[in-house]
Design a binder for this molecule. Sequence first.
Ligand code: F0G
Length: 452
Amino acid sequence: MIEPATKSEASVSQLRCIGCGRTALPDRFRCEHCRDLLEIVYPGWEENSVAGQDASSLKQLWRERRTSLDPADQSGVWRFREVLPAIAKDRVITIREGNTPVYELPHCARKAGIKHLLAKHQGMNPTGSFKDTGMTVAASFARQAGYRWVACASTGNTSASMAAYAARGGLHSLVLIPDGKISWGKLSQALDYGAITCQLKTDFDGCVRVLNEIVQRMPVYLLNSVNPYRVEGQKTAGFELLEQLGWEPPSHIIVPGGNLANSSAIGKALREMKQLGLVSRLPKISVIQAEGANPLVRTIRETGGKKLIPVHADTLATAIRIGNPASWKKALRVIQESGGTVEQVSEVEIALAKAEIGAEGIGCEPASAVTLAGLKKLVKQGFVGSDETVALILTGHLLKDSEFTLKFHRGDLFEGTPQSGESGALKPFQRAPIVLEPSVNAVIDLLQSAER
Ligand code: F0G
């Protein structure tokens, strides 16, 4: 039996509109007055302390919980519960998310032209993506609020995560995904975890439109990333990264951009850490998009961030194949506040960066590799200096999209696409499987030729 949250652990939270600042009811997603998105705020927080605990006692408490046997403490999200909305412990759905590793990437650093490159690998979460850190909080809230059904539109990872957390928490789940444009690995997860899964003959943005209507008509709780509880959970990756770096911020954090909630979450984490005295300065936070799914890049370059320019999205990095990102204003604020930037990368640049991360024995899915591809560009432009420490947020596991990886190594990833002429740069990284007779000599010959 898990104990209920004690009063001193719980932070009293409120939903507040990011546009007009009005407060909203706890299960809303948009402001009833101006329709802007909502975010969670903690009115009871004091400067440099939460619930009577100062920065150094919080740091110690969070570290100590790593040795606890309590499921909430074993979660890399809930061990930071002082900075999360209060959920009764017996309502918490956890699959021991978070606690993901930070790796050094020395070869990728050299390729990018910097000395020190780190990767926080959120693909090492239970369902293989960063979505789990947010889903544990939002699904737990749904359970606490008494919902029986949860739903999401997804490019794949959200649906896999939501289906898992719903199953663990005894909730029913409805998934809307674009027909044909998500990886089989992600689809198979949603099916196995028991979601009702609909492939709609539209893209992600079309799925969002349909779902927004459904949640207004049915008692179904929306678990897309406009859900402010998801952002709270996802922000713990920022707290954990800083903890892993001894609370010494890197100079720069680079995040892939799709619906733009994760960059918002990491930025919120840094803002709050500064407010609570956990860190003394803020890193720059930059967002990288695929050229074929670049609404934030266009919005900033063409309107100075005043008005969203939706695009018709197309990229092989299907996780970020999003043209009308819901959280663009939140991400824009993070970039502007932190002094970061936005950049876009080509399909070939994404494939190359993914192979380079793979060749370090780490691997990630294509959408995560935009971070390294973008970093290379930012170094070339002089926006990132060679002596800066940069942390990439890798969002999904290599095995999420094995079709992309196999096609890459076989050399047919870009066959019949406009990029087929540019893919020569990828050759040195391609390792197609070699079919041989079952002969010892044949394998030894191959080994010897590989040594030469
Ligand atoms: N990386 C991966 C692996 C993703 O799955 C996503 C988003 C992103 C990056 C972008 O994050 O949307 O917060 O900017 N995937 C969503 C999904 C949309 O449905 O799984 P974002």
